[in-house]
Design a protein around this ligand. Structure first.
Ligand code: UDX
Length: 432
């Protein structure tokens, strides 16, 4: 099938590359000239495991191409996926202007029946609005459906090619059949292929993301209490996880969630609820607990140094908001580095993929290292902010030798407190 994907960000680029991988002819469109020119040469705009490989192989076999010309891409395609950004406005609400601009361009360029699939995370009611905008520009026959994307950064390709469910909000039988045909190579079982009305599908995306964020904030609150009463959150988590009703995912306490989805989605839903005069007390608490979790962690650092950290040197391992990505959007590392800099501390950082993205923000205010151990030289403490696999079993003796004082603040609970204490390393985790 001939498909165009409008927007070559995390969702659009992954979707475009994977759709070409499963046999479709895909044009990926973006209005960022540099990005498109780079992608034509297989130069990726961000790090995502396996993405480079499928982009370059599908470019070679010409099943995937990149273009700046949205009108031409729409004309050449039977199906158009919308995957542009829906950033947060200053008041917390969701900025849908890029989605609506694309809808208008689709309406202006359309040359016959098209199926339009919205994949951008969009507020409830957006599918209907997209349809109206297109219909103002054309009398061509169209179907507009919504297909929320549930992929996670760091495992996006795997998630796309082996989705745990496919959800569409659609009423037109013709649209449902075309969509099923597009995804048929993924052999998803019929009970995991869920068709519902548009508004429910749009809400499912927000409800899922915020539920996961709720699990994290809940565990962070329990971890804080564990610390006060002398319990260990790692044991509590293990005990809870054997209850099938709870499960073992998203129970890790730490410095709170970041990324481009959870924080933004919470604000968007709160703003929508306000419009409808509907109180969402749990959702607003999830956001508050998350913001507070960074402060609680920073207080541990301040307390240890008797509130005296000017000129103290901190070595930070991990900058991305989660492992296996170079993305630092809403990453806890930004809040933590900003606070420490405001206190006139000195900061050395190491991240396997995200150094450059943090450098764009903090420039020469902090020092960047290509090797985790070099970042430790003469530091007063090591601070762990991302749970990259390479941090799981480091050489603790080397850490001890390189640090000026053997102290680890572990924002991701990677290490065993008693083991570190036995090595003579002072350890501060979360809820342990
Ligand atoms: C999320 C959803 O998981 C995905 O389904 C949706 O499509 C987009 O938003 P993503 O933002 O890529 O994906 O990352 P995710 O793995 O959900 O992690 C989000 C944040 O939560 C990270 O900062 C991570 O470190 C944190 N987290 C996750 C925890 O603090 N504890 C956990 O147990 C799990």
């Amino acid at each position: 099938m001939k498909i165009c994907v409008i927007g070559a960000g995390y969702v659009g680029l992954t979707a475009g590359a994977c759709l070409s991988e499963i046999g479709h002819n895909v044009i990926c469109v973006d209005n960022d000239k540099v990005k498109i020119n780079n992608l034509k040469k297989s130069i990726m705009p961000f790090f995502e495991p396996e993405l480079f490989e499928i982009v370059s192989s599908n470019l070679k076999r010409r099943s995937l191409s990149f273009s700046l010309d949205i009108s031409d891409a729409i004309k050449k395609s039977d199906v158009c996926f919308i995957a542009v950004g829906t950033p947060q406005k200053a008041d917390g609400s969701c900025d849908l202007s890029s989605v609506f601009d694309v809808a208008k361009q689709i309406g202006k360029s359309i040359n016959g029946y098209k199926l339009i699939v919205n994949k951008s995370t969009s507020l409830i009611g957006t599918t209907e609005k997209i349809k109206k905008i297109i219909q103002l520009e054309t009398s061509s026959d169209i179907d507009v459906i919504v297909n929320p994307e549930f992929l996670s950064q760091g495992s996006a390709v795997k998630n796309f090619l082996k989705p745990d469910r496919l959800i569409i909000g659609a009423t037109s039988q013709r649209a449902i059949e075309i969509f099923k045909k597009i995804y048929s190579p993924l052999l998803i079982s019929s009970e995991r292929f869920v068709v519902m009305d548009e508004k429910s599908a749009e809400m499912t995306k927000y409800a899922s993301n915020i539920f996961l964020a709720t699990k994290i904030s809940y565990m962070n609150e329990i971890a804080n209490l564990c610390e006060k009463v002398g319990a260990n959150i790692n044991n509590v988590k293990l005990g809870m996880s054997y209850d099938n009703r709870i499960g073992d995912k998203f129970l890790n306490s730490g410095i709170g969630f970041g990324g481009s989805c959870f924080p933004k989605d919470i604000e968007a839903i709160l703003s929508l609820a306000k419009e409808f005069n509907c109180n969402l007390d749990i959702v607003s608490s999830v956001g508050l607990v998350n913001k507070n979790q960074r402060k609680i962690f920073l207080n541990k650092i301040l307390n240890k140094f008797n509130n005296n950290i000017p000129n103290k040197v901190f070595s930070i391992w991990g900058l991305s908001f989660k492992p296996d990505t170079s993305d630092v959007r809403c990453s806890p590392s930004i809040d933590i580095i900003s606070f420490l800099l405001d206190c006139n501390a000195k900061i050395n950082v190491y991240d396997p993929k995200a150094n450059n993205n943090i450098k764009d923000m903090f420039k020469d205010k902090i020092s960047y290292f290509d090797n985790p151990y070099e970042a430790l030289q003469n530091a007063d403490a090591l601070i762990i902010l991302t749970d990259w696999k390479e941090f799981l079993s480091p050489d603790f003796n080397k850490i001890k030798t390189l640090l000026k004082t053997s102290i680890i603040f572990d924002g991701r609970n990677l290490y065993d407190k008693n083991y570190l204490l036995s090595l003579g390393i002072e350890y501060f985790g979360i809820g342990v």
